[in-house]
Write a protein that binds this ligand. Structure first.
Ligand code: GDP
Length: 302
């Protein structure tokens, strides 16, 4: 199971430490909770979310009159899932139109795995029988267009591009016309990832979105923010900035395979109220998985 394998580092670290805690403390007392708090914070669950979780756990222990710490693994799992799911009603699946073109915009800073994610999602959607195209909207970073083309070749999807330095909104316009005329189902759009200048970023994203909205009412159907799980709390800060700049509809959390701090998924969900739609669990084209909170949380202990 790829999802499970991708979480090996987090699972080994997190469940290993919780099991050790349970072994050392027979009783569920204040010291037990203090150490648990520390473990959760080190797994990047996020301070606010940890506090909420610890409060909930204390109440649950009282309610069920739990005396023996060996019952705690299952109580912790239940509460983790509850916190994730209680943070919002949105579906975690992709909003794909039944008829006509679906436009998906990708945002995120350089290096988080945006291009790789677009390539992987193109592969996934194509495998599901959709006709997919890509728009090389990152005209700013040197090499970004070539890199997207490499993925296009790899997965057999055409990339609409212009020269480096050209107007990303013009690229989007071209790409939409091409996708419409070829009757494509899904257009995956890359964007530039510079965060140094928030005003410019906002302006560029607004302009790109305006073009898309004008050409296809109701589009973009998704704005997916790509975040690197290995950057921990920094990912949360990026998410806050992008949330202010544009209407983010979902998160793709990459490199979850490369971190023992997979708790960041919960922090993002709970503190930002944006659903995590996909997780990246490796560098290959089939290493993108839909995010499933149950599988994720229970996978941490199983
Ligand atoms: P971009 O600048 O945001 O477009 O980032 P790239 O797509 O170029 O990715 C940056 C690096 O992260 C590349 O070496 C990718 O292979 C790697 N990468 C992307 N996603 C994942 C993932 O889910 N797991 C791992 N281990 N590496 C990833």
């Amino acid at each position: 199971d790829k999802f499970r394998d991708g979480l090996t580092k987090t699972r080994d670290s997190f469940s290993g430490r919780v099991n050790d805690l349970v072994a050392r403390y027979r009783k569920v007392d204040e010291d037990f909770f203090e150490e648990l708090e520390e473990i959760l914070i080190q797994a990047d669950v996020g301070f606010g979310t940890v506090m909420e979780l610890i409060d909930e756990l204390k109440m649950e222990v009282k309610r069920q009159n739990i005396k023996d710490s060996s019952q705690m693994q299952s109580v912790i799992s239940e509460k983790l899932v509850e916190i994730y799911e209680g943070s919002g009603e949105e579906k975690s699946s992709l909003n794909v139109q039944e008829n006509g073109l679906t436009v998906i915009l990708f945002v995120g800073v350089n290096g988080v795995g945006k291009t790789t994610t677009i390539g992987k999602l193109a592969y996934k959607l194509k495998s599901e029988g959709k006709s997919v195209m890509m728009a090389a909207g990152d005209t700013f970073r040197a090499g970004a267009i070539d890199q997207l083309e490499v993925w296009g070749d790899r997965v057999g999807v055409s990339v609409i591009k212009q020269a480096e330095g050209s107007d990303p909104a013009a690229v989007m316009y071209d790409a939409i016309q091409a996708a419409k005329s070829r009757g494509a189902d899904i257009l995956l759009c890359d964007t530039a990832g510079r965060l140094q200048n928030k005003v410019n970023l906002m302006k560029e994203l607004e302009k790109v979105k305006r073009v898309i909205e004008r050409e296809i009412p109701g589009a973009p159907h998704e704005v997916l923010l790509v975040l690197d799980a290995t950057t921990g709390q920094n990912a949360l800060i990026q998410a806050k900035t992008f949330k202010e700049a544009t209407d983010v509809t979902g998160i793709v959390l990459t490199k979850l395979d490369g971190t023992a701090k997979g708790g960041i998924v919960l922090a993002i969900r709970n503190e930002l109220n944006i659903p995590v739609k996909f997780v990246g669990l490796g560098e290959r084209m089939d290493d993108l998985q839909e995010f499933d909170p149950d599988k994720y949380v229970y996978g941490l202990f199983a």
